[in-house]
Write a protein that binds this ligand. Structure first.
Ligand SMILES: [Zn+2]
Length: 156
């Protein structure tokens, strides 16, 4: 059923429905960017005029560096001309300053994730009472000792 809807939509739009959907997304994003004064290319600084030119760009490259940079919408995503984006991706030379900045960004994102994991762990411990009392620890130590009598022969 969804298939026939897709086919009807494709026929009526005069193009593949999936492609149309992607195009619509771009149109909406550029429209919003214009409202916000963000319709400028991160690479060349010029205005992005048409949805066809628009691309989502990563300020710092994520590939072979850190997947977290791929998803960092707040800090690492920018708009650019598709051509400027492609040109930048092909640029072979990476200066030491640039690589240092990549390193800092990666370490920032790792620190952030580590902190999040820590606070999550702390929260869960509080919730489920996973932190043992002194008595519980002593009891557990006793249990372990009893499970391995061969290690404590001298106790007998
Ligand atoms: Zn550009």
């Amino acid at each position: 059923m969804a298939e026939s809807t897709d086919r009807r939509a494709s026929l009526q739009l005069g193009m593949n429905y999936g492609k149309a959907h992607g195009r619509l997304w771009k149109q909406v994003i550029l429209w919003l960017a214009k409202q916000l004064g963000l319709d400028f290319c991160f690479r060349c600084g010029k205005r992005i005029e048409t949805p066809q030119e628009l691309s989502l760009d990563h300020k710092l490259p994520w590939l072979d560096v850190d997947p977290a940079l791929y998803w960092d919408v707040e800090n690492n995503i920018a708009f650019s001309h598709f051509d400027c984006n492609v040109k930048a991706a092909r640029r072979p030379f990476r200066s030491p300053e640039f690589l240092a900045e990549v390193g800092r960004a990666v370490s920032r994102s790792w620190t952030k994730r580590r902190r999040e994991a820590q606070s999550k762990r702390a929260k869960n411990q509080g919730k489920t009472g996973l932190r043992w009392t002194k008595e519980q620890r002593a009891k557990q130590a006793e249990r372990v000792k009893n499970q391995q009598p061969w290690k404590h022969r001298h106790d007998n």
